[in-house]
Design a protein around this ligand. Structure first.
Ligand SMILES: [Fe+2]
Length: 174
């Protein structure tokens, strides 16, 4: 059996001061989580520790990331983009189906330590496929467009909202 996949490292909270870089770093972490999920689905990764990490990712971390993008970033992009940017078509491509992570978390919660469970592999495939498309479009198009179109005050406001969402003070200490 090959070595288990690495445990994805958390994104340093200091990076919230550069919110677009933070989202990019979260996408990298999410890519690694997709690998861990696939390992869990195949039975390669069976430790309870992996399940705990994945449940925290699905139940706590991913909803925060979704809210950062869907409740804050996308609205800023709609406001600042130019017609030639095609922002609505891009946001359509970035959309992630709702409910998949909740269903996957419910399945993982029922998983026992020593075996893959029926249906997990299909659920993981349904979950990771649109997420990987989201990374591709966001990293290659949305984030670079955001760097061009968003103003300094937009980024500061986005950082503040993302910090508040994580229970951190609105301004960085020091
Ligand atoms: Fe994202």
């Amino acid at each position: 059996m090959s070595a288990p996949p690495i445990r994805p490292a958390p994104v340093p909270p200091e990076l919230l001061d550069q919110p677009l870089d933070f989202l990019l770093a979260e996408h990298q972490r999410q890519k690694e989580m997709c690998g861990l999920l696939e390992a869990a689905a195949s039975g390669q990764e069976t430790a309870d520790a992996a399940t705990a990490i994945l449940l925290d990712f699905l139940e706590r971390e991913l909803p925060l990331h979704r809210a950062d993008e869907e409740d804050d970033l996308y609205g800023l992009m709609r406001r600042r983009c130019q017609p030639e940017d095609g922002i609505e078509a891009l946001l359509d491509r970035l959309a992630m189906p709702a409910g998949l992570e909740e269903a996957l978390a419910a399945t993982l919660s029922g998983r026992r330590a020593d075996a893959p469970i029926a249906g997990l592999a299909m659920q993981v495939t349904l979950f990771v496929t649109p997420l990987r498309l989201h990374f591709a479009y966001a990293n290659a198009i949305l984030i670079p467009l955001g760097r061009r179109r968003l103003r300094r005050s937009d980024l500061a406001g986005l950082a503040r909202r993302m910090r508040e969402r994580r229970g951190m003070p609105p301004e960085p200490a020091g």
